[in-house]
Write a protein of this length. Structure first.
Length: 448
């Protein structure tokens, strides 16, 4: 990529600099000329007008590689039912030229791929002239320049993507969401944190005073963050415990690992819904909200929006998928010889879910509803151990096996590096503001 950009840069420099010099010369002459008439007194007092440096006159301001001091650039967004022919013929570009451009661009970036809502620009060398270039921006990482000269041109220009590492620290005041949203975090980062630590930390039960630290990457284009990259390290601390997840990727291993090198992803997810909250806990002597008498609640209720997906908390085989009494529509899964899970009050089953279906951890097995005895949309989640119902939030599930001994030293080295960053996060701040002003700019060719 770098090579292509610098190549363009070199080709473009010749044109741009001659244009720039010419533009600057004109502009400077104009300044000198007009100021003489406007401020003759000042010139009278001065022995000689100060020499005007070229650079002081006009700072180049680039857009799509075109200096907006030289080119007239009109920006817009593709409208619904817009197409290149329509936009260009409105600007006076003849139909046969539009056809030639479309043909020429077929294998470079087809003009049929223009989408409503995306940015475009019309660039012309003269303020009132026909456009010389049409620029289309399919995504923040690249743009396409269509030359509208006698010889059609088309080229895709990749913008440099700057990846930088960031540190984020937060304290929970009311909810994890608020702690993250206060700092302008995205949903993407929250879900990465859940992926990293979700099987150790019960994110439905975070409390005031809990805290977290994250090391993560962002991808930026021209100083604007366009995407979250990897979460490389995560730390969470609640009243009595600290949790770590280190992202590690080699040809043999990939994912989040704890400090000992064991995958953080446990055999069971903590919750059968991704977004929701615990509305009623496992309680052997609960007053039933509908039946109005004490009756043990042998499950954990997760309130969630009607129709949200319910996921299998671990790999297993569906043993029951049916509608029955107070349970409403439910699914039961056997995971191994010890554990089974059950999900009640569904509105609908997941596709292909029937007794005998093999399911994977995280797979949608049904949708939240309130079938059977239920006061509102929720999943009653029941966890069975050796045929008896237990509180899954109190269970200590066996840890997955750590990576083989011979792979540990390399992992530990990486882990220590990330741990250092998690501890002294602030030292990363310097990397958060990369200088975007002087990366090589792709300067497009000007028609000859
Ligand atoms: Zn329940």
């Amino acid at each position: 990529m770098t090579v292509r950009i610098s190549h363009r840069q070199n080709q473009g420099d010749r044109f741009a600099s001659s244009h720039t010099r010419y533009g600057i010369f004109l502009f400077c002459s104009f300044l000198l000329f007009s100021s003489f008439f406007l401020f003759p007194a000042r010139f009278g007092k001065l022995s000689a007008p100060p020499a005007i440096q070229e650079e002081q006159c006009v700072e180049p301001v680039y857009l799509y590689g075109f200096d907006s001091n030289i080119f007239h650039i009109e920006e817009g967004k593709i409208l619904r039912n817009d197409y290149l022919g329509k936009i260009l013929s409105n600007c006076g570009i003849p139909g046969d030229l539009i056809h030639q451009i479309s043909e020429h661009a077929k294998d470079i970036f087809s003009v049929n791929k223009l989408q409503a809502g995306k940015k475009f620009a019309l660039v012309s060398g003269q303020p009132c002239g026909k456009p010389d270039y049409f620029v289309y921006e399919p995504n923040p990482w690249s743009f396409v320049i269509y030359g509208l000269g006698e010889k059609p041109e088309a080229k895709v220009v990749q913008r440099p993507i700057v990846t930088s590492t960031h540190f984020k620290e937060g304290h929970i005041e009311s909810s994890l969401w608020n702690a993250m949203a206060d700092q302008g975090s995205t949903l993407q980062l929250i879900s990465l944190m859940e992926e990293a630590l979700g099987s150790q930390v019960d994110f439905y039960h975070v409390q005031q005073g809990d805290s977290f630290r994250l090391i993560y990457e962002t991808r930026a284009v021209e100083g604007e963050i366009v995407d979250i990259g990897k979460l490389t390290g995560a730390y969470f601390k609640n009243e009595n415990k600290e949790y770590y997840a280190i992202y590690y990727e080699t040809s043999k291993h990939k994912g989040f690992f704890d400090l000992k090198g064991a995958p953080t992803k446990k055999s069971f997810l903590k919750s059968p819904v991704e977004i929701g909250y615990i509305s009623s806990r496992f309680n052997p002597s609960r007053l039933h909200p509908i039946l109005k008498y004490r009756r043990p609640h042998l499950g954990t209720d997760y309130a969630a929006r009607h129709g949200s997906p319910i996921r299998a908390v671990a790999n297993g085989t569906v043993t029951e998928a049916q509608r029955k009494g107070g349970n409403g529509l439910y699914v039961k899964i056997r995971h191994d010889k010890t554990y089974e899970t059950q999900y009640l009050h569904m509105s609908k089953l997941g596709s292909g879910i029937r007794p005998g279906t093999r399911v994977n951890q995280g797979q949608t097995i049904g949708y939240v509803g309130q079938s059977g005895l239920a006061t509102g949309p929720h999943v009653c989640f029941r966890f069975w151990k050796n045929g008896r119902q237990v509180n899954h939030l109190r269970e200590n599930f066996p840890d997955p096996d750590p990576m083989p001994k011979e792979d540990l030293p390399a992992f530990f080295q990486w882990r220590d590096k990330i741990m250092d960053q998690l501890r002294s996060g602030n030292s990363l701040d310097a990397q958060n503001h990369p200088d975007f002003t002087d990366y090589p700019r792709p300067i497009p060719l000007i028609k000859s």
